[in-house]
Design a protein around this ligand. Structure first.
Ligand code: 13P
Ligand code: SF4
Length: 328
């Protein structure tokens, strides 16, 4: 059921792994794909998965927005989410009758950990009547407290869709700041940050541009600071970044985002030259082939959520999907 046959997978993996590594991956990849078939399971894989997981066993890959839509539409009995916990929770919120699994419950997110339901309640009390937008990188409980969710692919569109001059935007202060510069609305933010993207500085871009004699396209994720985003040629969600690589004016690309996406794109675009940056997300890296196999075999670790939380959070996520996928 994967997008690739085993021969195609080998051809892809050969581009960045050495033969002995591929030899140890293949049996696991084949076993996982067989278990998946036997159990009518589907594997969703985020763009930050390592290439063995991304190309070897994922049926559907993409950014948070696309994967949440895919989770809502799947007919499989089991959904295994290869990404982090909040993403698997979003899949459960949208497919409450399905068994949703994650291979490691400790695959968290610094943004999701920066905010609690009580924090949102406090802000709502402080700014009565102001709508709350939460970035999907938060827990189901936080989503349940909010009016509407957004992802990095649609943050500005969601903020602009609200009939209010002021918006509470949680929990990423950098994404909030990157939205703020494109809207007339007043944005109230919270001091949450992505531990990966906050590491990048304008100097990283300046030095690379100098080194490449100006011949480099810089593409960053909007979880980076405004100073980094402003010095980039493009900023967008992980899938929007990939689309921009396709039409980038230069052969040389500086990707300002999580390390594995660079590896996946090196395979996808062999004609491009990716200038390496390797900030890894320790949470995303908890998802390995070994854990995926155990997860499918033992049907662990299941995402279980309170019914009331699901129903409240579902409204916020559905509202976002309706706006994002509204027929033009
Ligand atoms: P995307 O929604 O762009 O895929 O990003 C998710 C994420 O966790 C980025 O750090
Ligand atoms: Fe969270 Fe950042 Fe990791 Fe994405 S890269 S999951 S935002 S910590």
């Amino acid at each position: 059921m994967t997008a690739y046959s085993i021969d195609q997978t080998i051809q892809k993996l050969e581009q960045i792994y050495i033969p002995s590594e591929i030899k140890s991956m293949l049996p696991l990849i084949e076993e996982i794909n067989q278990i998946k078939k036997d159990k009518n399971a589907v594997i969703l894989g985020h763009n930050y998965m390592t290439p063995d997981v991304f190309y070897g066993v994922s049926d559907i890959v993409g950014d948070s927005l696309y994967l949440s839509k895919a989770a809502a539409e799947t007919t499989a009995d089991i959904v295994l989410f290869n990404g982090v916990h909040f993403m698997a929770e979003t899949a459960k919120i949208l497919s409450p009758d399905k068994k949703v699994l994650i291979a490691d419950l400790k695959a968290g997110c610094s943004l999701a950990e920066s905010i609690t339901r009580e924090d949102v309640q406090r802000l709502k009390n402080q700014y009565k009547g102001v709508p709350v937008v939460t970035y999907v990188n938060c827990s189901a409980e936080v989503k349940a407290e909010t009016d509407i969710c957004c992802t990095s692919a649609n943050a500005l569109q969601i903020v602009e869709s609200l009939d209010s001059d002021t918006v509470i935007f949680l929990p990423d202060e950098y994404l909030a700041d990157n939205v703020r510069k494109h809207t007339k609305k007043k944005i109230i933010s919270h001091p949450g940050r992505c531990m990966v993207h906050e590491m990048y500085t304008p100097l990283d871009i300046e030095i690379t541009r100098q080194r490449m004699g100006g011949d480099v396209t810089v593409i960053s994720h909007p979880e980076c600071s405004r100073e980094v985003v402003d010095r980039s040629d493009f900023s967008g969600s992980t899938s929007q970044m990939i689309e921009f690589v396709r039409k980038a004016p230069s052969k040389n690309i500086l990707l300002i985002t999580e390390c594995s996406m660079g590896d996946n794109l090196r395979i996808e675009f062999p004609e491009k030259h990716f200038v390496s940056t390797c900030q890894t997300c320790p949470h995303m890296k908890k998802i390995t082939l070994e854990k995926i196999k155990a997860s499918l075999l033992e049907e662990k670790f299941e995402i279980l959520l309170d019914k009331e939380i699901i129903s409240l959070a579902q409204k916020s996520v559905q509202r976002m999907l309706e706006i994002s996928y509204k027929k033009k």
